[in-house]
Design a protein around this ligand. Structure first.
Ligand code: HEM
Length: 504
């Protein structure tokens, strides 16, 4: 707890930073903006939107960034943004004495849904520190150990589901099923709620509403300022309906817990939100803020992990040598253990490297923003006023040849061998963000994903459709589009069981 408070105050969230709401264009914050390159065919009023892809803004910015270099700018109508991806510059932006999280773009667009919940809170909002201090122990080692059996339960549901598919000779819908898995996992471990995802043939309406809300938040970044509201009236209406659905789901989850007689108290995230007072001040989260936190954790707690697992499975299916090595590790480390114990998961070092390498190439939360705590100069060349901000393009940072070598585009889990990691500069691998506002659920995600990959590797061989070409869809987060895999049960595996036995 003390550690969490120190992190907060040292880095600024409690005291400094993003005071302003609304979009702050680069022109206001960067007095020497002309030094930063922009795409060559910029036109008045529109800016750089000609030829830009509205549906995949991150991959589009990647393309532009490769042409323009480690810091560049793009303008859509009246909104101009500075992008940074060079390893040196990104390391500067990670310096918490000079920069803090900036709540802008897609994150700011999620405020109508998530308000001052942990992810979308402005640094100065008191509820950030309060919620951080109350919820951080929910991610301690002891808490994680408590979630482990529930994670196994959900993974068992997935394997039962996949056993049936493989038995029927049908391919599995990887992103769809990983979303079922991760939504059930966060819902059950954090909130004692069962969405029944595996009993449904279609995605749960919570997922449909969430994807709608995320996509809408992304589209608002590039909407024309005057025409936008008119053109998007229908979309805005749908967004309102999506948010209303998400809120009502959250209210049901909270009411169910409030209505329970308190026996069977679980000490999960929801209990912490409802019952725990701040250890120093005695303050509690308000009912309104709890609603924001529940929706934040239900969304942030599954969407990105689902993508991470999906990309990892894609790469495993495409790299037979990696697949065999990962399977051999699971067999060696877990042996004949029917179900791995908590501490056996982190021992899957190679599987974890596969995950890290997948998150390197496709960090499923592909960008974060940083703002100057006071006037400063980036890279010795670009003065920034206090409050000026830049978007860190994680995907390009993770592919910067200066940090990762000339083969940075190649999938190679050995990049995460301890020796190789030590040889790289710090701050070049940032899939979970940086500083005091970095991901609170990092350990949760890594434990869940490593456990599930281990179980799947032990049970199946994966076969990709040879015609499949990786396409990545964007809805603030990244997800492989249309990824299907054929599975074969590994009959020689000590864990091969019948679907019925697996369910039991
Ligand atoms: C592979 C999975 C995940 C990835 C790649 C990821 C990525 C990130 C990133 C990049 C940030 C910082 C965003 C920013 O600076 O604006 C963040 C913050 C956050 N994440 Fe995650 N995340 C993952 C899983 C999770 C899980 C499982 C949970 C909850 C159980 C979670 C909850 C949060 C919350 C609440 C924040 C806001 C923290 C704060 O500002 O205090 N995330 N995540």
């Amino acid at each position: 707890m003390a550690q969490a408070r120190t992190a907060g105050t040292a880095a600024g969230p409690a005291g400094h930073g993003s005071a302003g709401k609304g979009f702050r264009s680069a022109r206001l914050g960067w007095p020497e903006l002309h030094r930063i390159p922009h795409p060559p065919r910029r036109v008045p009023v529109l800016g750089d939107v000609l030829g830009a892809s509205v549906r995949s803004p991150v991959q589009d910015s990647m393309r532009v960034g490769r042409q323009l270099g480690p810091v560049f700018r793009r303008k859509a109508f009246n909104k101009e943004i500075v992008f940074v991806w060079g390893a040196d510059l990104a390391a500067e932006l990670a310096d918490e004495s000079r920069f803090a999280k900036h709540v802008g773009l897609g994150v700011a667009n999620l405020r109508p849904l998530a308000g001052d919940g942990l992810f979308t809170a402005y640094n100065h909002e008191p509820n950030w520190q309060l919620a951080h201090d109350i919820l951080a122990p929910g991610f301690s080692r002891a808490a994680m150990e408590g979630y482990h059996p529930l994670m196994l339960d959900v993974a068992r549901q997935l394997t039962a589901f996949w056993d049936e598919r493989s038995h029927a000779g049908e391919a599995v819908d990887v992103p769809g099923d990983m979303t079922k898995l991760t939504l059930e996992t966060i819902a059950r471990t954090g909130f004692g709620h069962d969405f029944g995802s595996f009993e449904r043939s279609r995605p749960h309406p919570f997922v449909t509403a969430m994807v709608g809300a995320l996509s809408y938040a992304q589209r608002r970044n590039t909407a024309p300022p005057l025409l936008g509201p008119l053109m998007q009236r229908g979309a805005a209406k749908r967004d309102k309906a999506d948010r209303a659905y998400l809120d009502s789901t959250v209210d049901q989850v909270v009411e169910a817990r409030r209505g329970s007689d308190g026996t069977g108290a679980r000490g999960d995230l929801l209990d912490r939100m409802l019952e725990t007072a701040h250890p120093d001040t005695g303050e509690r989260l308000s009912p309104r803020n709890i609603r924001r936190q529940v929706v934040t954790f239900l969304v942030a707690g599954h969407e990105t992990t689902s993508g991470a697992l999906s990309f990892a499975l894609h790469y495993l299916s495409r790299n037979p040598a990696v697949l065999r090595r990962a399977q051999a590790e699971v067999e060696q480390v877990w042996g004949g253990t029917e179900e791995p114990a908590y501490e056996q998961v982190a021992r899957l070092r190679y599987v974890r490297r596969v995950l890290d390498e997948s998150l390197r190439l496709w960090p499923t939360a592909p960008a974060f923003s940083r703002e100057a705590l006071r006037a400063t100069t980036l890279g010795g060349l670009h003065p920034m006023h206090k409050g000026a901000w830049a978007l860190v393009l994680i995907m390009l940072l993770h592919r910067d040849p200066a940090a990762w070598g000339e083969d940075a585009e190649t999938f190679d889990p050995d990049r995460f061998e301890p020796k190789a990691v030590r040889a790289r500069p710090p701050h070049v691998f940032k899939p979970f963000g940086t500083g005091a506002r970095a991901c609170i659920g990092r350990q949760f995600a890594l434990h869940e994903a490593t456990l599930v990959l281990g179980l799947l590797l032990r049970r199946y061989d994966f076969r990709a459709d040879p015609d499949y070409r990786l396409e990545v869809s964007e809805r603030l987060t990244l997800m492989p589009r249309g990824l299907r895999l054929h599975l074969t049960r590994r009959t020689h595996s000590p864990q091969a069981r019948t679907p019925a036995a697996a369910r039991g």
